[in-house]
Each structure stands twice: as C-alpha cells, then as structure tokens.
Ligand binder design. Sequence first.
Ligand SMILES: *Cc1c(COP(=O)(O)O)cnc(C)c1O
Length: 371
Amino acid sequence: MSESPSSRAAGLLHLRRGGLSRGDAIPLPLTMASIFHAPGDSTGFHQYGRFSNPTWDGTEEMLSRLENAPTLAFPSGMAAISAVFFALLRAGDHILLPSDGYHTTRILADRFLGAFGVSFDTRPTASFLDGGFDGYRLVFVESPSNPTLDICDLAAAAEAIHKAGGLLVVDNTTMTPFGQRPLDLGADIVVAADTKAPNGHSDVLAGHVASRNESVMAAVREWRTTSGSISSPFDAWLLHRGLETLEVRFDRMCTTAERIAPRIKAHPAVRSIRFPGLVGDPSHNLASTQMERFGFLISFELDSEEKAEDFINGCELMAAATSFGGVHTSAERRTKRGDAVPPGFVRLAVGCEPAEELWAAIKNSLDRQLP
Ligand SMILES: *Cc1c(COP(=O)(O)O)cnc(C)c1O
C-alpha cells in the first residue's frame, strides 16, 4: 500500500491529467466564487463557497495523495488542530498533550477546551510513553517536537493508545509527508501547518487534517462547513502551487541541514546542538527507523541572548523571523516565544540557498560570536 517517495512525488505533478478535457488549463485554475449556478435539485455539484470550491478540490487532491488518506484543507495549522478538537471531543473527555512542542496547541486547550468540560495533561515528548495512556480519549503528539527536536516512538505510542481505547493525533508539521508518515505508523489522524514547508514561500497560512477513519473525517468536514473555518480559494491555490515543488525544496533543505549540522556542532561558539541527523543525538536512533529524512530544523545554544541575537541579525543569508519551512533560511531565539529553553537557544530553519554559500554566511556570523 505504501508508495515510494519518488513515485509519490512524480504522480503528484500529474494528478489533474485524467480529468482534463481538450483546451483545459494544465495548471489548476483559480475559482474565486461564493455562489455557483444551481438550478433544480441541489446535489452533486458546487453550491456555496462555505461548503466547497473547485480550487480546494485540486489542493485537497494533492494533499490526499501526499498523505495517502482523505484530507481536508483549513485556513491555518491551528484551524486544523481546532477542527480535530472541537469536532471530536465531548464534555468529560481527558486528553494528553506534549509539554514541549508548539505552544499554541496547549494555549488552545487551556483557554477554550476547559470551558466545554475537556481536561488535559501534558508530558515531555522525549518520555511520552512513560505512564501509559489509560483514561485518555485523545492523545496529541508532535514528533520531532518544536523547538528541541525530541522524538517519540509513534508506532509504539499508537499501539499503546489503541489498547487503552484512545485516538492518536500526530502534528507532522516539522517533517511533512515526505519526511515522516504517521498514518502508516498507526496514527489515527495527522494534522499539519501547511503554512510551513508545504506552501514554502512564507506568503500564506494553511493547514490540513488527514485520516483513514471515515467517521473522523465526516465530523471534521461537518465542523468545517458549519463553523466556516475555510481557506480562501486564492490561498488554497497558492498552497497548491507550493505543493508542486515541495519534494524538491524539502530534499534540498534536508540535505543542506545534514551537511551543515556537523559543522555547526564543531564550531567553538556553539555550546550544544540538537539535530536528529547527528550520530549521538538523543533522537538519532529512533529517527533513523521512524523518519524518511532528518528534517531541516537545527537547534543550538550560544553563550547568551546577545550572542544569539547578533548571530541571527548579523548573518547575511538569514531572515530573523518566527516560523520555518520557507525558501529563505530563517532563525529565531525561542525564549522570545516563551519556550522553556536557555536564552541563547536558536532554532535554525534551513532554507533553499545553495549549501556552501549558506554555510559560509553562518560560519562568518558564528565566528563573530567568539570571545
Ligand atoms: C506553525 C505550527 C502550527 C500552527 O500553524 P499556523 O498555520 O500558524 O496556525 C502548529 N503546529 C506546529 C508544529 C507548527 O510549527
């Protein structure tokens, strides 16, 4: 059932082929419409922009092919995560979240789910299986976790969670479907922020939910239609365009990260580093079996907040920005976002610049941080 990454990437670019009539545009047309011609019986075609749109169809077809599962598009990663929570959880449910990982997911649970009678516990990603999963209706994990890049054994977690009667939701944003396939490892639901590498050009927010469980997808679709948590057709069209080059960009980004991570590690201005691709990293062994690539995020610590800021702002080929996965290499000092990391902790998101040019710029800026 599982297709090789290369044949998935090749097929992805020709998905529209079978549905084309003579004279149709080869690229996906952008349909900006809230209403559609709808005389008579109103089933089987587009009716209204909150229910469906032909441009979403093209984008979701690509996302489904990537995930090898039915997929629904959302206007942001958080909209996708919210859809899963609000469509599936009921008063009295307990859920488990990572204590590290993307902070807004915890804020969402803390600020909004409690009011509806849903309570949550947290646990570090690195020891996520310790303590078992009894009593949790839904378990949410992000692996590798943002920003410390700890990982969790997804197949073992899925098995234990299913034995305890729960659902496993994996936030696969840091890896994309070309780097890791949580549904094939046993997860029930994948959520992702397509704002990051899938769009890849830092000009759109987007997200998706994928699952092979029909009742899950029916509930998530009903939530989307009813709540109005929908993408604009233009944003969906831009995401579609980004997805066409995801495999090329992701490959370049991961290859460059593998090349420069050992050099960053060896640089005397660097105190410590986390990258799952480095032999000896706590995530390395599990990453080698569970992931198809090691990703493009590298986290490391400099001596102080000042040195970290100087490094980021002084590097010629680096954008000082939050978020990751765009064509431009970017970096951020993560205490700025409230992550529980040291003040000199930098999350570097490798972009699409040629590797040796990028390394020369990074080395230059690291050299300036030496005492
Ligand atoms: C960015 C991100 C999100 C949220 O995505 P938005 O599009 O900003 O809503 C969720 N999870 C992870 C791991 C992220 O990096």
